[in-house]
Ligand binder design. Structure first.
Ligand SMILES: C[S@@+](CC[C@H](N)C(=O)[O-])C[C@H]1O[C@@H](n2cnc3c(N)ncnc32)[C@H](O)[C@@H]1O
Length: 247
């Protein structure tokens, strides 16, 4: 825009004013982070061959694996009590459990926020949401709303959430940039976005590498959006909770 205005303008004082305006506008334009691009590689056995900020995206866990999400040893392996403590849940909150699966975390959150709160349970697989609904009706949970999302959109109301939680799912988002941008839009100013991921590069964690993430990588991908890092909880057997705040 500035170039074409300058080339069209012939009077010297007007040209000087335009140069000054252009110089003032440049820092604002430079402050906008560029949208990262996806690249492709030959797909590894657990990946989809799509790379985002140096990380190959993993396959989505199929609903056929749903029993693994409800395994009896899971509370000892993951310590959900500590995960939930790190999230600062309070009665009456509005929370989204994105990639909710069978609802292992959804109903634990629903209990803590109480009848005055609401949990949106978002998933892209109808079969997962069906299993979640069955579990919730068996438990008599009334403050849970299942939502069928898409690869790029969790279909949540803008500015509605106190907290968006992603447990063991961000690494399998097929469109992580678009998903996280949409999640940030759905969070209220001052609200939080939390990633729970199996720790990458940790030989004690018995999970396939593409289904893990390092804290550095999570923070690199969050930094693309309007999110400020708040805290990381590392006292879990295999995972980490990384919390960000939307300014
Ligand atoms: C490994 S499971 C974890 C489920 C649950 N968070 C838990 O910890 O029990 C990942 C889930 O995320 C869902 N998922 C993958 N991509 C998604 C997306 N873009 N939006 C919403 N859910 C997604 C999958 O369908 C699957 O149910």
């Amino acid at each position: 825009m500035w170039g074409s205005l300058l080339s069209k303008c012939t009077s010297s004082p007007a040209r000087i004013i335009l140069w000054l305006l252009a110089a003032l506008a440049l820092p604002a334009a430079a402050a906008e982070p560029p949208t990262p691009h996806y690249t492709t590689v030959p797909a590894s056995p657990d990946g989809i061959g799509k790379v985002y900020l140096g990380r190959e995206i993993s396959h989505v866990m199929s609903f056929h694996g749903a029993p693994w999400l409800e395994r009896t040893e899971r509370p000892d392996e993951e310590r959900p009590d500590r995960v939930l403590r790190a999230l600062g849940l309070k009665a009456g909150m509005t929370v989204a459990d994105i990639g909710a699966g069978t609802g292992f975390y959804t109903w634990r959150i629903a209990q803590r926020i109480g009848a005055g709160g609401m949990v949106y349970a978002v998933d892209v697989q109808r079969e997962m949401l069906k299993a979640l609904e069955q579990q919730m009706s068996r438990r008599g949970a009334v403050n849970i709303k299942p939502v069928l999302g898409s690869d790029a959109d969790p279909k949540l109301p803008p500015g509605s959430l106190d907290l968006a939680l992603m447990v063991d799912v961000y690494h399998e988002f097929a469109q992580p940039y678009e998903m996280l941008a949409a999640i940030v839009r759905a969070v209220k100013p001052g609200g939080h976005v939390a990633f729970v991921e199996f720790r990458g590069n940790d030989p004690r964690v018995p999970i396939k590498p593409l289904h893990t993430m390092t804290e550095v990588q999570v923070r690199r991908e969050a930094a693309v959006h309007s999110l400020a890092w708040v805290a990381t909880t590392r006292d879990l057997p295999w995972q980490q909770v990384i919390v960000f705040r939307k300014p």
